[in-house]
Design a binder for this molecule. Structure first.
Ligand code: GLN
Length: 202
């Protein structure tokens, strides 16, 4: 069974742990640098990316985790986790640290103040058995991606989507995957299963 860590400094850790366990993984909350070595993959949950990045530095995880990611540790980031995995962030705080790993520019809180949360059914590459119901909570979107990034999902054009129509909200580069939304909140395990398949495939 793969051992998958869930970064547990802040955010919705429990839901990811439960989803991974339901997919026959050993899932553990991770807070200390020594815990990284044994992992086969890591999930970076939603929460507040600025807070999480500060805590990464405080807990002395920033450099060791960057090093593990650069070394190919599979990672899945949701929402704030997507922000952490972006090589570059727009509308971040000046002191916000990036783990990086995905060649993309992400805009923080992109969906706008008046639309704090938003739900939409999305076609998701690799999941051909029906759309993913995506829950966005003060979510980022992806402004642009580099040539090696695979786009997995974008917001479809609809009257409700407004300015979000067409925006990229799920990506993958190598063993790193990110979604702007929160599949751990809906009971649909397919996005996590895709990530676990990456982990098992290595
Ligand atoms: N707005 C948050 C941030 O900037 C992300 C929100 C979330 O993870 N649900 O980190």
């Amino acid at each position: 069974r793969p051992l998958i860590g869930v970064l547990a400094l802040q955010g919705d850790v429990r839901e990811h742990v439960a989803t991974l366990r339901a997919l026959d993984c050993d899932a553990v909350p991770v807070r200390r640098p020594e815990e990284l070595a044994a992992l086969h993959g890591i999930v970076l949950p939603g929460g507040e990316s600025t807070t999480m990045s500060r805590l990464l530095a405080t807990f002395e995880l920033l450099e060791p985790l960057r090093a593990r990611l650069a070394d190919g540790l599979p990672a899945y980031g949701s929402c704030a986790g997507m922000i952490l995995l972006a090589d570059k962030v727009l509308d971040g705080r000046p002191d916000q640290h990036q783990l990086g790993g995905i060649d993309m520019i992400v805009r923080r809180n992109a969906f706008g103040r008046q639309v704090d949360s938003f739900e939409e059914d999305l076609a998701f590459a690799g999941l051909d058995d029906g759309p993913v119901h995506a829950v966005f909570i003060r979510a980022p979107w992806v402004e642009s991606v580099g040539p090696d990034v695979e786009i997995l999902a974008a917001v479809p054009d609809s009257p409700e989507a407004g300015a979000a129509a067409g925006r990229i909200v799920a990506v993958r580069q190598g063993a790193a995957m990110a979604t702007a939304f929160h599949p751990e909140l809906t009971g649909d395990r397919r996005v996590h299963r895709l990530f676990v398949e990456t982990v098992r495939g290595l």
